[in-house]
Design a protein around this ligand. Structure first.
Ligand SMILES: N[C@@H](CCC(=O)N[C@@H](CS)C(=O)NCC(=O)O)C(=O)O
Length: 225
């Protein structure tokens, strides 16, 4: 199987971490987002959305990180995507929760909204209002994650064992490090992030992210949580 990805990409990182943790031997090709390679005809023929990641398994192509994670987990029989229908539904639920709620506000709103030109409003009043909304909603999601979804005694978001939802979710949360977001006010979230960061493959998989994305903005001033 072949994965088109970029090491800095928020949604490539969970796929790379999952693959590393499961010893999956994926052929990889970096699509250089910084050089605009994702907008070139060659890559658009592979993924018309011009985004990474894309997985190829023979003549089968799959986009969307969530779908790719589920496909890989199914292929290798990973316990991170349980077969019990209710446990699996819970994993799906949490992946959607992260992807459609928290990522929108903490990722697109607070992080991309302060770093990537495509997501920054040129009108200062609009920019400030949009950021304030993203900040308020991010706090809302973080409070729920901390108190309701994780809570005091739950190691991972779906229970005692790691699932695909942890792989996906932790990459959305750590994206906030680019704009110096601190999660100290959310002790259960902090504990969970630290547990995910302690995984043996975390540092290697996330090296590019910390060097080229977090590192690029280390001296920036940003709206915090
Ligand atoms: N919903 C997609 C999002 C893919 C996505 O936004 N990828 C980003 C990198 S994190 C990208 O390729 N951005 C380039 C662009 O949109 O121009 C997924 O989960 O795979």
């Amino acid at each position: 199987m072949k994965l088109y990805y970029h090491p800095v990409s928020t949604v490539s990182r969970p796929v790379m971490l999952f693959a590393a943790d499961h010893g999956l031997q994926l052929e990889t090709q970096v699509i250089d987002l910084f050089k605009g390679e994702h907008r070139q005809p060659t890559y658009l023929a592979i993924n018309p959305s011009g985004q990474v990641p894309t997985l190829e398994d023979g003549d089968f192509r799959l986009t969307e990180s969530s779908a790719i994670l589920k496909y890989l987990a199914e292929k290798c029989g990973s316990r991170a995507y349980p077969t019990d229908e209710r446990q699996r539904a819970r994993v799906n639920e949490m992946m959607d929760w992260f992807n459609t709620g928290l990522y929108r506000d903490l990722g697109y709103g607070m992080t991309y909204g302060q770093t990537l030109p495509d997501y920054i409003y040129s009108d200062a009043v609009v920019q400030s209002a949009v950021l304030a909304r993203a900040q308020q909603k991010s706090k809302h999601w973080l409070g729920i994650l901390d108190q309701n979804l994780l809570g005091a005694g739950k190691p991972f978001v779906c229970g005692d064992a790691i699932t695909l939802a942890d792989y996906l979710g932790v990459c959305f949360l750590t994206l906030g490090e680019v704009v110096h977001l601190k999660f100290d006010a959310y002790p259960n979230v902090t504990r969970w992030i630290n547990a995910m960061k302690a995984r043996p493959n975390w540092a290697k998989v996330n090296e590019g992210f910390y060097q080229y994305f977090v590192g690029a903005y280390k001296d920036g001033r940003f709206v915090a949580l």
